[in-house]
Design a protein around this ligand. Structure first.
Ligand code: UDP
Length: 238
């Protein structure tokens, strides 16, 4: 078991942006470095489930603004997440971590279907479970799916690893030089200040179900710090 104060089971949300290193497609060096960070915490005994985004390939809303039907564009977005899942699976296994990919759209050659109780069993055996294809439904986001999966498989916290930003600020730190970072903030204050932590559906689900969120930068070593419960980034809770 893990030491006191460390999280025992976490849901890590990785947006597609992370996989591309800011560009379209997958940057293997970036994925390898994230996989090594995840391997470290798995070795320490924490159970890690991951929801992967797909914005490095397609975002349905953007494609629909340029003339595509929203639902079909969203399916393209979901399929993009699966490519990220496979890249992460590959580098996790190279780092010695057994993994399973489960997708919300059936694709038996590359992944298991989403079966929550089986996912929990994998986690108990020390396997990392990577969830792909979002919810399998247009008009949802992978942030929302991350919250849903975290709740369904009883994760203690939603870890939102970011590229470039290291927490929740009272203003956009890229635009306002005096922007101040919160170490901790309540759900209510996020709403009353109009801050953006995740999309609104995802955030509301966290608030309604009391799932804490830690927003932090994926700079090296930070996944382990977040899992150990160290004060890193911003913790959002009740
Ligand atoms: N998507 C969807 N349903 C879902 C999850 C994702 O339709 O349950 C589509 C949607 O088009 C979205 C794209 O997949 O824009 C990529 O997911 P997301 O934008 O959440 O990825 P991220 O921003 O985390 O990279």
């Amino acid at each position: 078991d893990v030491p006191r104060g460390w999280y025992r089971r976490v849901l890590l949300k990785l947006s597609g942006e992370v996989f591309g290193g800011g560009a379209i497609g997958v940057d293997p060096d970036v994925v390898a470095s994230i996989a090594r960070q995840i391997a470290e915490v798995v070795a320490e005994g924490t159970q890690v489930a991951i929801v992967v985004g797909g914005g490095n390939f397609f975002r349905g809303a953007e494609l629909s603004q340029r003339g595509m039907a929203r639902d079909r564009a969203d399916y393209m977005g979901m399929l993009g997440t699966v490519m990220n899942c496979l890249a992460l699976q590959d580098f996790l296994e190279k780092a010695g971590v057994p993994t399973r990919v489960q997708t919300a759209i059936a694709m038996g050659q590359v992944a298991e279907p989403y079966i929550p109780r089986r996912a929990e069993r994998h986690l108990e055996k020390g396997r990392v479970v990577i969830f792909g294809a979002g919810a399998g439904m247009p008009y949802f986001s992978t942030d929302t799916v991350a919250v849903q999966r975290a709740l369904e498989i009883s994760c203690e916290v939603l870890l939102m690893g970011k590229n470039g930003v290291d927490g929740v600020y009272d203003a956009d730190p890229k635009l306002v030089s005096t922007a101040r970072k919160f170490d901790e903030i309540s759900y209510d204050e996020v709403l009353s200040r109009g801050l953006k932590v995740a999309d609104s559906t995802a955030f509301t689900m966290c608030k309604d179900n009391g799932l804490p969120i830690v927003v932090f930068s994926l700079a090296d070593g930070n996944i382990a710090r977040a899992v150990r419960g160290e004060a890193i980034g911003t913790r959002v809770g009740a």
